[in-house]
Design a protein around this ligand. Structure first.
Ligand SMILES: [Zn+2]
Length: 503
């Protein structure tokens, strides 16, 4: 749910209330030191924070021209308190905090775990709006094996926050269940170009630097924010129904990349034919001059590493299907955001599904072949990473470790089984109903199971329970001959790389 920010002055406490709360504050302070909180995500217990709902972020970054120097930043958060709050926890774990204001008054702050714990001068009451302003640095250099957030490119920076790295870049409620509108402002020295998700909302040039402002028209999860700063060119074209498409490419590679970029409008039209209207105000691809090892569906501006498009080792059909994978995420994962990280299969299973379907329809690579191969290894994926609906927690130190094959081809296999069970027509209706019914919202596995049953006109909870949660892969409807294989199919098959090379 999205609340429109409406700020009002908070009432000051009376002297008596102040006195009373001063006493209780001392007791509370003595009894409960600031602690990291979370929204109870099974896989990331400390992500997100209870007690408020963010409506809007306004992020301002000042880039020095060096991608190894911290950026100066101001993060302004408009949020609505859903509980009485003596303290406000934000997720923020990398960078220095200079100051914090709550509704214009200076507030005390301290770190606890990966949280920034703020004690406002006045307690925030349930139902109040609050505006939190944090002045801080945003450091693109990580040590100790921590990855994510800023990605340093050959000519600047890009962003890759999934799953839990947005709070390495800016203070936030870093969980996909709390989506918000974003305004992103970047000031960079002349010669650089900055682009962020959403549409441009102003360019100001002054004193050898330029400030670009971008604004989203749809709510976005923190993990899906994108900011590109570099010696880049922005190429504009038009997608279906006049959709503005803009791609961001390193200027020196522009010509080599153009044959790939011009495929996007047709890919959007292909996806629209499958599931309905593209859900956002713009789309495009950001080709970063960096070795990331993944592509990422950042909202309205998907991130890819340039090498995917310029290294002839990647087959053409494979590159195109990965482009469609990230495009499909704009519906599945971005417009409809997972309620918890255990619902990740809804993102990756669907993106893998359309990736594979596109390869079938445009490159003659049968979906059934890929699904049969997946069936052969599915039991071992479940053993290694848990069943698709209940992935194992990431190994410590590797928080992106939930992106395993069980939620890619392993979850596409669940969708294939469902289509086998209910037929193509009901399956297509389900997909369309899912993205239209939950547009701009969050939804979880139980919502999907319920909608599947409604759409098919019969109870599918037992069927999907087994496919999503059992340790062993159930028999495939219509393919009793499909068997679990030992050992795995040959490594290096591009189809299987979906789980490893792409997020
Ligand atoms: Zn993906």
């Amino acid at each position: 749910m999205l609340h429109t920010p409406h700020l009002r002055a908070r009432r000051r406490r009376t002297a008596a209330a102040l006195l009373a709360s001063a006493v209780s504050a001392c007791l509370v302070a003595a009894a409960a030191p600031p602690t990291p909180l979370g929204v109870g995500d099974r896989l990331f217990p400390h992500l997100g924070n209870p007690g408020y709902d963010v409506a809007a972020y306004d992020l301002s970054f000042t880039y020095s021209g060096s991608n190894s120097a911290p950026l100066e930043a101001i993060t302004v958060i408009d949020a609505w308190a859903t509980a009485d709050l003596e303290r406000i926890n934000l997720d923020f774990a990398h960078g220095r905090v200079h100051s914090v204001d709550v509704d214009g008054d200076p507030a005390e702050f301290t770190g606890a775990g990966e949280d920034l714990v703020i004690t406002p001068e006045d307690e925030v009451d349930q139902g109040d709006w609050m505006r939190i302003t944090v002045r801080h640095t945003s450091d693109p250099v990580y040590t100790g094996g921590r990855k994510g957030g800023w990605v340093r490119t050959a000519d600047g920076l890009a962003m890759a926050n999934q799953a839990d790295a947005a709070h390495l870049v800016f203070p936030c409620n870093d969980h996909p269940s709390d989506k918000a509108l974003f305004t992103i402002r970047v000031t960079a020295p002349d010669g650089h170009t900055a682009v962020a998700g959403g549409l441009p909302a102003g360019v100001d040039r002054a004193g050898g630097a330029t400030t670009w402002t971008y604004r989203t028209r749809h709510p976005m999860a923190t993990e899906l924010a994108q900011v590109s700063i570099g010696r880049s060119t922005v190429l504009r074209r038009t997608g279906p129904h006049g959709l503005p498409v803009r791609d961001v490419v390193p200027t020196r590679h522009r010509e080599a990349l153009e044959p790939w970029l011009e495929k996007t409008p047709d890919q959007i039209a292909w996806m629209e034919a499958k599931v309905g209207r593209y859900p956002f105000e713009t789309y495009g691809v950001l080709l970063a001059d960096a070795t990331t090892g993944f592509a990422l569906e950042t909202q309205t501006l998907s991130l890819f590493e340039r090498k995917l498009f310029t290294d002839p080792a990647y087959p053409r059909w494979y590159v195109e299907s990965i482009m469609v994978h990230e495009l499909a995420h704009q519906w599945f994962g971005n417009s409809v955001t997972p309620r918890t990280w255990s619902d990740l299969w809804l993102n990756e299973g669907h993106a893998t599904w359309y990736e594979a379907l596109y390869a079938e329809e445009t490159a003659g690579r049968p979906l059934a072949d890929r699904m049969k191969a997946a069936y052969g290894v599915s039991d071992r994926w479940r053993e290694a990473g848990g069943p698709p609906g209940a992935p194992e927690p990431p190994a410590s130190g590797s928080k992106t470790g939930i992106f395993r094959a069980n939620v890619y081809d392993g979850a596409a296999l669940v969708l294939y089984a469902l289509r086998q069970e209910i037929g193509h027509l009901a399956f297509d209706r389900l997909q369309r109903a899912w993205v239209s019914g939950h547009r701009d919202g969050t939804a979880g596995t139980t919502d999907f199971v319920r909608l599947a049953s409604q759409t098919a006109g019969r109870d599918l909870s037992g069927f999907l329970q087994a496919w999503l949660y059992d340790a062993k892969t159930p028999p495939m409807p219509g393919h009793p001959e499909w068997k679990s294989q030992v050992p795995a199919p040959a490594a290096g098959q591009p189809a299987a790389a979906g789980g490893a090379a792409d997020e």
